[in-house]
Design a protein. Sequence first.
Length: 320
Amino acid sequence: MIFSADDGTKPFSRSLLADDARGELLVIHGLGEHSGRYEEFSAHALKAGWSVHLLDLRGHGRSEGLGGHADNFRVFQGDLLAWLAALERESLLDERLPRVVFGHSMGGLIALEAFTPLKASALALSAPAVAILSHFAQAKPLLDFGLPAMLERLHVPTGLKPEALSRDPEEQKAYARDPLVRKNLTIALFRGMLGAMEGLRGQVMAFEVPVAVFFGEADPIVDPRAMRKFANSLEAQDKEVHEFRGCLHEVFHDLKKAEAYARFEKWLKKCADQQPQQKQQSKKSKSSAKSSARGVIAKATSRSPRAKKAISTSTSKKRR
């Protein structure tokens, strides 16, 4: 499906509909990649009875836009809302079903910013880009001084290497040979991504919906310590943290992907089973505009008093 964003850019998306679907899964990919890299992921979701909707972010994959570019990071939220409207207009979404947002890496960062207006009932994050392990990140203070428009669109390497994503040689080859994978991004997008990461620091994010976080203990791209701290600080109605020993940036493409998929499918089942209960809780909370079953609250210092902490933590290694 091709639809129009607010500025006329035409992103590309695809929908895979399950028979007798138990839920709707919205997938937001990471930097430089595209929705086509989620075929195996989609197959597992379909097997679990979930319809899957995948978007190529602007400047990525088959979508329009300058490659690897966004004038500002907030434009992605607008694109997601236009995508959601297009899916609803084409009757590809069933509002009676639970809606889960899944974001990987930069897509996870976008999902965190855009979660509330997406009207989702759960959130899944894979290696959310909360702090990248790159010396280029230190250049943000310089970038904040502003650059001429021409330089804003200057491309720099993403620095993403196949061997940093997965330990599986076949996955590494597939990534290296993929003609739709971008190897660069613009300075504007890079600065916007760093700014979004900076905005998360010092915040306690509270969700009144289930949240699951999946990441590799040996991720060389996003700092595992920062992801662990971020995941542990999250407040949610129900929270799961899945850390995989030895895995790199893409746990669903790494050597323990069978375990990762099994855990993800189990979590999806729980989301589907909990939906009737969530709807009942939502009716009770409609009297307060600040208390929404689909809401997310970010506070810099104080914890949300309304967030329930029915937390189950599941990891691939013992916590100390």
